[in-house]
Design a binder for this molecule. Sequence first.
Ligand code: GLU
Length: 485
Amino acid sequence: MEIRTRFAPSPTGYMHIGNLRTALYEYLIAKSQGGKFILRIEDTDQGRLVEGSVDVIYKTMKMTGLQHDEGPDVGGDFGPYVQSERMGMYMDYAKELVAKGEAYYCFCTKERLEGLKTENGEGASFAKYDRHCLGLSAEEVQAKLDAGEPFVIRQKMPDEGTTTFSDVVYGDITVDNTELDDQILMKADGFPTYNFANVVDDHLMQITHVVRGSEYLSSTPKYNLLYDAFGWEKPVYVHLPAVMRDATHKLSKRHGDKSFEDLVNEGYVVDAIMNYIALLGWSPSDNTEIFSLKELEEKFDIAGLSKSPSIFDIKKLTWMNSEYLKNMDFDKYFELAQPKLEETLAGTALDQKKIAALLQKRLETLNDIPGLVAFFKELPEYGTDLYTHKKMKTNDEIALASLQAALPVLEGIEDWNTTVIHDTLMALIGELGIKNGQMLWPVRTALSGEPTSPGGAMELADILGKEESIRRVKAGIELLGGQLG
Ligand code: GLU
C-alpha cells in the first residue's frame, strides 16, 4: 500500500513553527517510505480567513523544499485540494449519515444553545448538546426545512460503550462514548466543520497516515466513529506534542513567538530552521544533529518520534544557524549574504565578496552582517581606549609610535594587496623589534574604529584600499596625538 500523508493548514496568514514541523514530519513519513505528500488547504472556517495567506503556504513549501506531490497548485487525482472548492460533497455525505441514523438535523437557536452553557454550569467553553432535536420526527424536520429554518447537522454519538484508538506516538487512547458531544458536522452557513471535512477529505484523498498536533487527540474518537458510520477504513494516527516556549507555555505567535517568516527575516537560514525543527520531537537513532532534508528523508523513522513536548530553544537554533553558515558553499552563502551587505555597502566600491568571506565564520545570523560591516563604509567615532589591549601589549603610547612608523611604510607600497601589506608590516615589526600585536593591533584599530572586526590589519587594509587606509591611519595618529598632548 502506498503511504499518503497530507499537510492541511488553515490559511491564517503565517506559518507557525509547530505547523511547519507537522508538515516536515508528514513529508518525511511519506518520503522515507516512497509515498506521496499532499497539500490541502482547510479554509472552511470563513471567519478566520486572512487574505494572501494561501500564498504564504505555497511560498513556505517552496522555500523549505517540502515539495508536495499533489495540491491546489500542482494538481493531482484527488482534487480539488481546497476545501471551499469541495463544498457540494460534504452536504451529500452528511445527508448520507442522516439517512443512516448516524447524524441528525438540529434547528436550535444560538440563544437556546447559549442557555445550555450556563445551565450546564461547566464553564462557557463546554456545553454538551442536550439532543433537543434528536427527537424530531421526519415530518417535523421536513416542515422546518421547507420553511427555510436555518439548521446544522450533528453527529449522533453512541449512548454507551467506549471508543479506543491507537496513536503511533501516544499509544492506546480510550474514551467513554457518553463523554462525546454530538458535534456539528455541517454549519448553518452550509460549510462543513473541520471535524467533518477532515474525515471526508482524508478518506477521499486516501490518506494513510494522519499527522497533526496533539490538540486533536481528544477529537479523534469522534472521527473514528465517523469512519465507522460510513464504513470507511481508518488511517494511522500520528499526533505530535506541542512545541513549547517554556515548560508550561506553547509556542504562540499571538504571544510574540516567532513564525517561520519571522525567523527568515531575522537572518536564519531556511535549511538550518528545518534541521532544527526536525529535532523538536524526533531524534535519530545515532546522535547526529546536522542533516540536510535529503539525509533526513533517509534517516527518518516514525519510531524516533517522542511524546514529550520539546522546547523551542532559539540559542540552539542560532548555534545551528552559524554552523550552516560556516559550512555553506561560498557561492550559496554569498547569495544569501549579499542583500544584507547591500543594506550597508550599496553605492561603495568595496569588494563585497572579500568582505563576505571574512564574515562567513563569524556570523550567527545573516542579520549580523550590516552591523559588522558598517565600519568599512564609514569609520565610526571611537575612543583611544580601543588601542589598549593587554594581550597585545599595547597602550596609547605604543599605538601612536606604531602608527607613526607604519604610515610612511604603507604610503610607500605600490602594489596594494594582502600579501604585500603583510610582508611590509612584518618587516617593519622586525626592524622595530616589537611584538606583532604591538603593530597589528593599532593598525587594525585605526582601520576599523571597532573593538573587534572581521579580519585583521592586513585584510582590512586590503579591502579598504590604499587611500582610505592611509586616511584612517592618519586619523588614528591624530586621535592618539591629541590624547597624549
Ligand atoms: N487545518 C487544521 C489546522 O490547521 C489541520 C489539522 C489536521 O492536520 O488535521 O490545525
